[in-house]
Design a binder for this molecule. Structure first.
Ligand code: PEP
Ligand code: MG
Length: 530
């Protein structure tokens, strides 16, 4: 049977690339044991220093966004909390390479399977750090990829991405990987087409391939006909993108002039540095889980306050909706979440925050203090019953009273809820105390359709375009309009040009989308007759 020549994956960075397929792997040599504890310790120290020096030189050359990520890696590499266990293992007789690999394995394992960007990004950073140090412990072959190549591998480290010259084109095809990883973020920022989750191992010998980062396909050994169709799609995409850019600077409106507010979803506060605030109506969702990931433990009040304040000052008068930590489910946080047999139905989101008031109060204080610096709204994730909102509100009131007594500047923000559990979507009248509703279509869809959001084999079921999901959204929109409840949608469906017309027809007038989707979302709104 001939081998299949076309593979489907997940689009991670849109665009089209045509070029020779080359492997990302570098040939690794074997580690040479040093024969003494002292020798192993010195080898690891030298490798850590070598990896740090390389990061420092990359930081010197990198653009702001990449430099920030590299600085994070450098800080991790120099953090004794991370490196300590490896030196302890050497003391107990391990070799430097085994000690270092094992020490990072536990850290990585917790984050590797997470679906969301901030956690995948942390896992990818940790893997990157692990490999950089291992690279310094073992001799390696040459790393260069020819200009314009399509790089193929299991996953890709962000530093590997930064080593490659993308100025001649090229793209990335990964058999695993995640559309929400740091490297995918870099690829989107640089306009490098990328497809992840291809699920195949391939011989990479420089043969010409086609990479379709819009539809998530890799075609090997294309026929003339396939090549022609690919080039036509690529040209049409370039045209669509160029005309969509024209919508960026204008307020969003449908073809019939109905105004639609379009906001952005962010996680790391540094993301706002690449967004022109005048292109959006504010931040519809700031995920705060990124603050809780990594090896540094739970974040302090000051760290959180600075992160929130940075986004508020970027937004000026525009509203910024910050979501309290949505740990649990597919987002484990060490020191906060526990292993559960069915984490999507377990102690996640506001349920976990209420179960850990010690952690929740720190976030609440940071939010109250940040509230004094802009138009802040706070949103609770995974609300299921009205009591959860009441208990969270009481905690906000208690912490506000404490700050008042301490003479610390603060402001109590409007407290809204995510509508992502069907119990809320079905009985919104029980939640009229909330200041606003924001539909989390990713989770709402998985719970309505009983189809996990992270399981590719039920992806067709876990789609917000399913009629049952759209009916619930339309009913929510009717309810909100009748009761004067502000309503938006911040799930991924809001940025999908194929679903946007359905959401607008269901009655939504406020969407929050990934920054990279802003132009195409505004263009999709503009071409919807409504
Ligand atoms: C959602 O569920 O749609 C949502 C926006 O939240 P998250 O993807 O972070 O769970
Ligand atoms: Mg959600």
């Amino acid at each position: 049977m001939p081998a299949p020549l076309s593979f489907a994956g997940t689009p991670a960075s849109v665009g089209y690339a045509e070029g020779p397929l080359f492997s990302l792997d570098r040939s690794a040599g074997a580690y040479v044991a040093k024969g003494s504890e002292k020798g192993e310790r010195a080898a690891l120290e030298a490798a850590l220093a070598g990896a740090s020096a390389r990061l420092e030189s990359l930081i010197g050359e990198a653009a702001d966004d990449a430099a920030e990520m590299l600085e994070f890696q450098l800080a991790m590499l120099q953090d004794e909390a991370l490196t300590g266990p490896a030196f302890a293992a050497i003391e107990e007789g391990a070799q430097a390479d085994d000690a270092w690999g094992a020490c990072l394995e536990d850290e990585i394992a917790g984050y590797e399977t997470a679906e969301d960007g901030y956690f995948r990004a942390r896992a990818a950073d940790l893997k990157d750090i692990r490999d950089q140090v291992l690279h310094h412990l073992t001799p390696h072959g040459a790393a260069a990829l020819p200009a314009g190549a399509i790089a193929f591998g299991d996953d890709m480290a962000p530093t590997r991405f930064l080593e490659i010259d993308w100025s001649q084109g090229g793209g990335i095809a990964l058999s695993a990987g995640s559309a929400a990883s740091h490297v995918a973020m870099l690829a989107r920022a640089r306009g490098v087409p990328m497809v992840v989750g291809l699920g195949v191992g391939l011989e990479t010998n420089g043969d010409p391939v086609l990479l379709d980062g819009e539809n998530g396909r890799l075609v090997l050994d294309p026929s003339d006909q396939e090549r022609e169709a690919f080039r036509a799609r690529s040209a049409a995409f370039a045209e669509r993108r160029a005309s969509a850019e024209g919508y960026l600077g204008r307020p969003a409106a449908t073809a019939c002039g109905t105004a639609v507010r379009v906001m952005v979803n962010i996680a790391d506060p540094s993301e706002v540095d690449r967004i022109d605030a005048s292109h959006c109506d504010g931040v519809g969702l700031m995920r705060t889980e990124f603050l809780f990931g990594g090896a540094r433990g739970l974040p302090e009040e000051e760290t959180q306050y600075e992160a929130y304040r940075r986004v508020l000052s970027w937004a000026g008068d525009r509203p910024v909706t910050i979501r309290t930590v949505d740990a649990g489910g597919d987002k484990p946080v060490s020191g906060l979440t526990q292993a559960e047999s069915n984490p999507f139905l377990g102690l996640r989101g506001v349920r976990l925050s209420l179960a850990r008031p010690d952690v929740f109060r720190v976030q609440i204080r940071a939010l109250l203090r940040a509230g004094a610096h802009g138009s802040l709204k706070v949103m609770l994730p995974m609300v299921s019953v009205p009591e959860e909102v009441a208990r969270a509100r009481a905690l906000f009131a208690e912490e506000a009273a404490r700050l008042e007594a301490e003479g610390v500047a603060h402001a109590v923000p409007p407290l809204g809820i995510m509508v992502e559990v069907p119990s809320v979507a079905v009985m919104p009248e029980s939640f009229l105390d909330a200041a606003f509703f924001s539909i989390g279509s990713n989770d709402l869809t998985q719970y309505v359709m009983a189809a996990a959001r992270d399981n590719a084999s039920v992806a067709a079921l876990s789609a917000a375009s399913q009629p049952a999901v759209l009916r619930l959204i339309a009913e929510l929109a009717r309810f909100a309009a009748a009761r004067g409840m502000p309503l938006s949608l911040c799930g991924d469906a809001g940025g999908d040009p194929t679903i946007i017309p359905l959401l607008l027809k269901a009655g939504l007038r406020e969407l929050s989308v990934a920054p990279a989707q802003l132009a195409l979302a505004k263009a999709a709104i503009a071409t919807t007759a409504l």
